[in-house]
Design a protein around this ligand. Structure first.
Ligand SMILES: C[S@@+](CC[C@H](N)C(=O)[O-])C[C@H]1O[C@@H](n2cnc3c(N)ncnc32)[C@H](O)[C@@H]1O
Length: 205
């Protein structure tokens, strides 16, 4: 991993720990709500293994997960499109990406994910299929997000979804989500007990 990416990840990891332990007080709106480092490492390896070049992220926050993805696509000349609606978080993410030296690889789309995905689904971008999509924004729209991104993913591409197991308050919603995607003929999917619980779904045809 590139040294400047590693050092920004370390800094953000410390901040996430402080937030979780409530050693620093931040409003919900300002919380990183990031994936765990183990989850980041797992995705980093997965992306390298599938030689991912094109990534779509829904729910960027301050860019912790995005940085794990960015490291994996650097040697592949890849690109990430990431969606976030919170302006303060976007400003923090931009600083983090600059410090890590990966701003050129990351396109931030500011706004509501549903609107942006509808535009993306009808734009020319759909010619260039995504290798990997990460769903990590508002949980109640996951089914709609999944249906919108599935046609944008290449066969053999992956859609990963965070928070399948934790926090527990999301479980009923996530159960509906996983049952829904399991019913799709062109999707094979499994829940991993890693971090907050990751759903790993592959588009089979
Ligand atoms: C769990 S956090 C993302 C954490 C990030 N993926 C990481 O692991 O570092 C979810 C983010 O999605 C954003 N978000 C929630 N609903 C959204 C929506 N409808 N459109 C765009 N962004 C949204 C929130 O502002 C928040 O920053």
């Amino acid at each position: 991993m590139r040294e400047n990416i590693r050092s920004v990840l370390k800094k953000l990891e410390k901040r996430a720990e402080l937030e979780k332990s409530e050693k620093i007080q931040v409003s919900h709106d300002e919380r990183m709500l990031a994936i765990s480092s183990e989850t980041g490492e797992f995705f980093n390896i997965l992306l390298k293994a599938i030689k991912a070049k094109k990534i779509l992220e829904i729910g960027m926050s301050v860019g912790f997960s995005t940085l794990w993805f960015a490291d994996a696509i650097l040697s592949n000349n890849g690109k990430i499109i990431t969606i976030e609606e919170n302006r303060n978080k976007i400003a923090m993410a931009k600083k983090n990406f600059e410090e890590a030296g990966v701003s050129a690889q990351i396109e931030i789309q500011e706004g509501k994910a549903l609107q942006i995905l509808h535009k993306l689904a009808t734009s020319e971008l759909d010619q260039q299929e995504f290798d990997f999509v990460f769903l990590d924004a508002d949980k109640e729209n996951n089914i709609e997000y999944f249906d919108l991104v599935l046609p944008l993913v290449r066969i053999g591409g992956i859609i990963a979804t965070d928070n399948i197991l934790y926090p527990e308050k999301f479980r009923p919603e996530m159960k509906k989500f996983t049952e829904y995607i399991k019913s799709k003929p062109n999707v094979q999917t499994i829940t991993l007990d890693l971090g907050n619980g990751e759903e790993i779904s592959i588009k089979t045809d």
